[in-house]
Ligand binder design. Structure first.
Ligand code: NAD
Length: 452
């Protein structure tokens, strides 16, 4: 076996020189979108529903994008409606009833950032009114709503529906997924993620009558709790990494710390099982923020620890060759090998001239060239992923660009939330449709994995 020390820097650079790092990685991510009826080049005329906290974040990014023009703003809460209008700055018409806004014939698209229980109805009404839809995650709340949205999409096949899972639009995550899918981590059996906070997750309420409206996250009538609000981002990463939905979930949780009248859990622990024994564990607590949030993708040759804006690669010191090519695949010097195992290597290149770099920085660069040599692109995040996801949507609608987070992605994600919550409620492991216990058990028995 060729050892890393045997590979000279000259050989390494030769390898790196063959790198194809220029093409956009986006093209491979999804099926082509559908051209809108609108003339390509004109801004997409959109209406916005739900200009609350998240809505205003999206509107702030939309305000910088000439590819879209906001014509209508809808919110039932006047202070938020005003904030939305101010944030977008295009003097849109205002509405309290989104159905009135949908009657407009001069509007191409609708963006939805309302509480979860309203998503499906608003998506279906918008599609049926002939509008393209961007909807915040989680795409829908109740199991049957998936079919309702699917039907509306089938009735309007030319319309784009994109779900707001902004990690899908992050170049960092795209690079990470290329590493995963091109084998840089070896065989992936486990994804671990957590989202830990140390606060009560409540919003201030100016009038007690508004408690349920403003703190909708706390109540089961409107909210899927921590799984819907936080896990949905991270189970999507596991689905993306594993290339499939889970087969089952076992989850537990409780209202154990913030005993303040809330109905949704203040802590959740979940185990999602995928085919071939691959697993994802997810943890969320609201009483300790030390571990913060990230996703950890663990393979038999390396690990990735990623979160928005930062990704670190750690090499397994006992890396096996799972490619079957009988060749060690690490191309840099011994120093970086040690660093990659112990301290990790950032997966995006830093700025700065080579002469300003320390020896270790240069070695780190070589490691990144190694990734590029595998056809894994090395870029810096050009925009905030929020900005990018909205731009992806506008370009899908206007120019038929690929839909980066289509219905199928949102549906897999929503099922993870719904079945996870069902598991917490029932105390039972919940199986995906068609992946019942008998089926899975007999498959495993055949393989001799589990004794009866
Ligand atoms: N992608 C992310 O990272 C991210 C982050 C936060 C929230 N979100 C999602 O965004 C959505 C909104 O969350 P939020 O934190 O902004 O909530 P929010 O309560 O701050 O905002 C929701 C807004 O919807 C309005 N609204 C409620 N019912 C309405 C109706 N019938 N018609 C029109 N407007 C209505 C409310 O008045 C409020 O202004 C949720 O689905 C949430 O999961 C996503």
């Amino acid at each position: 076996m060729e050892k890393e020390q045997d590979v000279t820097r000259r050989e390494f650079l030769k390898t790196a020189a063959t790198t194809v790092a220029a093409a956009s990685s986006l093209a491979s991510l999804a099926a082509p979108g559908i051209l809108s009826a609108q003339t390509s080049g004109n801004p997409v005329r959109f209406g916005f529903i739900g200009s609350g906290t998240e809505g205003c974040t999206l509107l702030k990014f939309l305000a910088t994008q000439p590819e879209g023009h906001c014509m209508g703003m809808c919110d039932i809460y006047p202070p938020n409606l005003k904030k939305g209008v101010e944030t977008i700055g295009t003097n849109p018409d205002t509405y309290f009833d989104y159905r009135k806004m949908l009657e407009r014939k001069d509007m191409d698209a609708v963006m939805i950032a309302t509480p979860l229980n309203l998503h499906a109805e608003m998506i279906v009404d918008s599609l049926n009114a002939g509008k393209h839809v961007f909807v915040e995650k989680t795409m829908y709340f109740k199991e049957e709503e998936g079919d309702q949205i699917r039907k509306a999409m089938a009735d309007h096949p030319k319309l784009v529906l994109q779900v707001g899972l902004q990690r899908r639009s992050s170049l960092l995550y795209q690079v990470a997924m290329e590493m995963v899918h091109k084998g840089a981590l070896g065989k992936i059996m486990f994804v671990r993620a957590q989202w830990h906070r140390n606060n009560n997750w409540r919003r201030p309420v100016p009038d007690p009558k508004l408690e349920r409206q403003i703190n909708w996250r706390m109540y089961k009538e409107y909210s899927g709790g921590l799984l819907a609000e936080l896990a949905s981002h991270q189970t999507d990463i596991a689905n993306w990494a594993f290339g499939s939905e889970p087969l089952s979930v076992y989850a537990t949780g409780g209202i154990d710390y913030w005993k303040d009248g809330r109905e949704t859990c203040d802590n959740v622990e979940a185990i999602y099982e995928y085919s071939d024994g691959r697993k994802m564990t997810w943890s969320s607590i609201l009483y300790n923020a030390h571990l913060d949030f990230n996703e950890q993708i663990l393979g038999d040759q390396g690990s990735l620890i990623i979160t928005l804006g930062k990704g670190m690669y750690y090499r397994e010191t006992v890396a096996k060759v799972s490619s079957g090519k009988g060749k060690e695949n690490w191309m840099a010097g011994a120093t970086v090998t040690a660093a990659a195992a112990e301290e990790g290597v950032p997966i995006f290149p830093e700025r700065g001239a080579a002469s300003e770099l320390s020896f270790l920085d240069r070695e780190t660069r070589y490691a990144k060239h190694w990734l590029a040599g595998m056809g894994i692109y090395n870029y810096e995040e050009p925009h905030d992923p929020y900005w990018s996801e909205l731009n992806h949507f506008l370009l899908s609608v206007r120019d038929g660009k690929p839909n980066i987070a289509p219905f199928a992605v949102g549906e897999s994600d929503a099922k993870g939330v719904i079945y996870g919550n069902r598991s917490i409620e029932t105390g039972q492991r919940v199986y995906w449709p068609g992946a019942g216990p008998q089926k899975e058990h007999s498959k495993e028995l055949k393989k001799g994995v589990r004794k009866a």
